[in-house]
Design a protein around this ligand. Structure first.
Ligand SMILES: NC(=O)c1ccc[n+]([C@@H]2O[C@H](COP(=O)([O-])OP(=O)(O)OC[C@H]3O[C@@H](n4cnc5c(N)ncnc54)[C@H](O)[C@@H]3O)[C@@H](O)[C@H]2O)c1
Length: 269
């Protein structure tokens, strides 16, 4: 039987996921929800099988999985309820910089026998981090390089009065924990928190942010050290065609997570 899904958020990631499920008979995309109902209607018009447009999570009756591709606010407002009804897949992982919220969601899912899926999003190598963590990790560091223009308006840049527009060579503008990075660089928060959840937590994971006028893509480098040895990963992420703030890889990782749920063979940890 097809996996019955509800999708919350019909933006750039939601559109990729809806089109994927519409084309794969192992899924039945039954429900669409978005604060902006015109987004649901516009997405529905592009699908062969028309999902029901609903306005409350409660309306997603009989869903096997409820997918969040909306916002951190949506995780707070809608996904605790969703986890009591179905398995959930969360894209706005930055919401979990509030560990109490993560604890609440986990407890709700455990009590009702559901799972929480967190795709690797805009990072890679979480399989290796998770495997390495089994023998203890000494350090995990995320170094993010962004064009100074993409850092304008970040709360940290405003607080420290950093003249990002005048940066002419790569400059480290932040060095701290993933927890602090999540507070001060909300645009970078999903990557930092996903890495923290896979490894050693948001207080131990280190984040360095470099304003680099020579990069055109968002570059993430992850290094980890532990009993296993050392590992380094580097990503140069292209933006999603519909939303420049979102890396295309993030939507693709959610498609891969859905396929993994439906498939018999599981490759990787
Ligand atoms: N995990 C990762 O690595 C990763 C990477 C990129 C983006 N993201 C996150 O995924 C989410 C979706 O990204 P996107 O590029 O598709 O965004 P988008 O702005 O293109 O689309 C979001 C949609 O969700 C709707 N929405 C927002 N809040 C809502 C709520 N409370 N209830 C119902 N609908 C709501 C909006 O109206 C919009 O249509 C964002 O929170 C983004 O930060 C995660």
């Amino acid at each position: 039987m097809a996996i019955k899904a509800g999708l919350i958020g019909c933006g750039s990631i939601g559109t990729v996921l809806a089109k994927f499920m519409d084309s794969d008979s192992r899924f039945e995309l039954a429900y669409l929800l978005d604060d902006d109902i015109t987004k649901c209607e516009s997405l529905s018009s592009k699908l062969k099988n028309k999902p029901e447009v609903v306005i409350r999570t409660d309306d997603m009756k009989g869903a096997d999985i409820i997918i969040e591709a909306a916002s951190q606010q949506c995780v707070k407002e809608r996904m605790i309820k969703a986890a009591s009804m179905a398995d959930v897949l969360i894209m706005s992982v930055g919401a979990f910089s509030d560990m109490n919220l993560f604890g609440e969601l986990k407890e709700k899912a455990e009590k009702s026998g559901h799972r929480i899926y967190i795709p690797s999003g805009a990072v890679a190598g979480l399989d290796g981090i998770r495997a390495a963590a089994q023998a203890g990790l000494k350090s995990v560091t995320l170094t993010t390089r962004k064009h100074p223009r993409s850092l304008e308006g970040a709360p940290w840049v405003i607080k420290q009065d950093i003249p990002v527009h005048a940066i002419r060579k790569p400059e480290v503008i932040f060095n701290g924990s993933a927890k602090h990075a999540a507070e001060w660089f909300p645009q970078n928060v999903n990557v930092a928190i996903t890495l923290s959840l896979a490894g050693i937590g948001a207080e131990q994971t280190k984040v360095k942010i470099i304003a680099d006028p020579f990069v055109s893509k968002n570059v993430h480098e992850i290094t980890a050290e532990g009993k296993f040895g050392t590992m380094t990963m580097r990503l140069e992420n292209s933006p999603s065609p519909k939303n420049r703030k979102t890396s295309y890889l993030a939507a693709l990782s959610a498609v891969a997570t859905l396929k993994r749920i439906a498939e018999t063979v599981q490759v990787g940890t």
